[in-house]
Design a protein around this ligand. Structure first.
Ligand code: GLU
Length: 515
């Protein structure tokens, strides 16, 4: 174990909105950095200009900030290794490509795209499984390994287009000790001669990523499993550049799988099932296509962060609710799972429920007010805190304030038919008529306790048990068969409204029914 300060980076490419799996990667990096007293960097890997999408970088920064990740150094923040955007670092990479060439570990390749296509066709015709530019085929191509030295020189001086390719050694075993997977051993014959520098002088991901991780003194690379196949190539680059002794440690995170565990989680599946797999809403600037975000769907930041932390990691205890500080305290790479993790949106909802309940009273009241305003409800502000308290156990999202508690603001216009069919009977009608009349003439303090007392007097007189009529009474007052404490509801809506609702129910559902 090195004693160097831990430095990790999240290195997304701004090619569109950041997938929730990317946010999880960033979160694990962040938890690890904080746990180890290290630094968290954000580097924007935008060397592939063809895939650049305007707005994507801002989206990434907003998403990370939203889940509570604080960047110590990097894009949007600055730091000693600025700039942190690879397109702005372009001039730095050339020297490393030149060094690789000078030491025989890379070469100039002048092949045109037609020549490359022709090579692939040839290999396909010869039934080669995955045709590539590699240690065998390189010798049939136009590059500085096959062309005479003076011809290479001439072409370079003339300004012919070329790329720089890695010269992958012929027979070598490349090993890396992944923190999650243990030893990974790959034979060099399976690696192709990747382009390191493109014809426009821009590095490819592989070169830029290794050079930057080295220059930025990254100690641990924690990233998605999809990068595992590139890791041996990266080890080779560290070796050739003479940096193997300070090479970062790798940790490749398990994939996020569809809810049924059958394949990789995709936007298409999530859209079809109606749940988000992106942190924030996004609209593609070119196509106008839209992406659904956790934030806009009503997930709280704390709930989202907690949910993401558990997608592939667990603390090894029963505890499920963790603040960011607790996550940092509990987090270890050793407890990250090796196999893919099923993405269960119900778990995200459960987390949201838990965190909704824990919100401060004033926040809940404010959320209730916003929902009520959204529906143009009229209300007595003084009553909002109590309504919020009564509803908070029933919420998954803030929007449920209205779904679950609309009847606090508006008298019901319709009645649940199933409940009516099962519970609206002669006894209920008797009690509701008598209760309405008793409340009409009631002159005492109109509160839950007293209206309950009035109800019990009515029931006693009629000799009817409360259990027999309770749901019908609730139906009359709220339109539905279940909800929060009914006596408190009566107190909140007030005498006049309660009486009016009972009258309307009686008129609508009929005063006379057969029991
Ligand atoms: N730019 C890569 C990405 O988009 C970074 C992979 C890595 O972390 O090395 O995920």
């Amino acid at each position: 174990m090195s004693t160097k300060q831990v430095r990790v980076r999240f290195a997304p490419s701004p090619t569109g909105p950041l997938h929730i799996g990317g946010v999880r990667t960033a979160l694990y990096n962040y938890l690890f950095a904080r746990k180890m007293g290290g630094k968290m960097l954000l580097r924007i890997e935008d060397t592939d200009q063809n895939r650049f999408v305007p707005g994507a970088e801002a989206y990434i920064q907003e998403a990370l900030a939203w889940v509570g990740i604080v960047i110590d150094e990097g894009a949007g923040v600055g730091g000693p290794h600025a700039p942190y955007k690879q397109s702005e670092r372009k001039p730095m990479y050339r020297a490393y490509a030149d060094k690789l060439i000078a030491e025989g570990n890379a070469y100039y390749a002048f092949d045109t795209s037609e020549e490359l296509d022709a090579m692939k066709e040839r290999l396909k015709a010869a039934k080669v499984a995955s045709p590539s530019y590699n240690m065998v085929t390189r010798m049939q191509m136009n590059n500085s390994l096959t062309l005479p030295e003076d011809e290479v020189k001439k072409r370079l001086e003339r300004g012919d287009e070329y790329v720089i390719r890695l010269k992958v050694p012929r027979k070598e075993e490349i090993r890396l000790n992944d923190m999650i997977r243990g030893w990974v051993v790959v034979h060099s014959s399976t690696i192709d001669d990747k382009v390191l520098l493109k014809s426009d002088g821009m590095p490819t991901y592989h070169l830029a990523n290794i050079v930057d991780d080295h220059l930025m003194e990254i100690t641990h690379v924690i990233r998605g499993e999809e990068w595992l196949p590139s890791a041996p190539l990266h080890v080779l680059l560290y070796r050739f550049l003479g940096w193997e002794d300070t090479m970062p440690q790798f940790a490749h995170l398990p994939l996020l799988l569809k809810p049924d565990g059958n394949g990789k989680l995709s936007k298409r599946d999530a859209d079809a099932a109606g749940f988000p797999v992106f942190p924030l809403d996004w609209k593609d600037p070119a196509s106008g296509d839209t992406w659904m975000g956790f934030r806009e769907q009503g997930y709280l930041q704390e709930a989202t962060t907690n949910f993401l932390a558990f997608l592939g990691w667990n603390p090894g205890t029963q505890q499920e609710l963790f603040t960011m500080d607790e996550l940092i305290e509990a987090f270890t790479v050793e407890r990250i799972g090796k196999s893919g993790t099923k993405f269960d949106i119900n778990k995200a909802k459960w987390y949201n429920q838990q965190y909704m309940r824990q919100l401060p009273d004033a926040t809940l009241t404010q959320l209730l007010k916003e929902e009520a305003d959204k529906h143009q409800a009229t209300y007595d502000v003084a009553k909002l805190p109590l309504i919020a308290q009564m509803l908070k156990e029933r919420l998954t999202f803030a929007k449920d304030f209205w779904i679950e508690g609309q009847f606090f603001f508006e008298s019901p216009k319709t009645f649940d038919e199933k409940v009516a069919a099962a519970k609206w009977n002669a006894e209920a009608v008797t009690v509701i008529v008598a209760y309405k009349d008793a409340l009409t003439v009631y002159t005492g303090v109109f509160n839950a306790e007293n209206v309950k007392h009035v109800l019990h007097e009515v029931l006693e007189k009629a000799d009817i048990k409360i259990g027999k009529i309770m749901q019908a009474l609730r139906l009359a007052l709220t339109g539905v068969g279940a909800g929060p404490d009914l006596m408190q509801l009566i107190e909140i809506v007030g005498k006049e409204e309660a009486v009016k609702r009972m009258e309307f129910a009686l008129a609508t559902l009929g005063e006379k029914v057969n029991s």
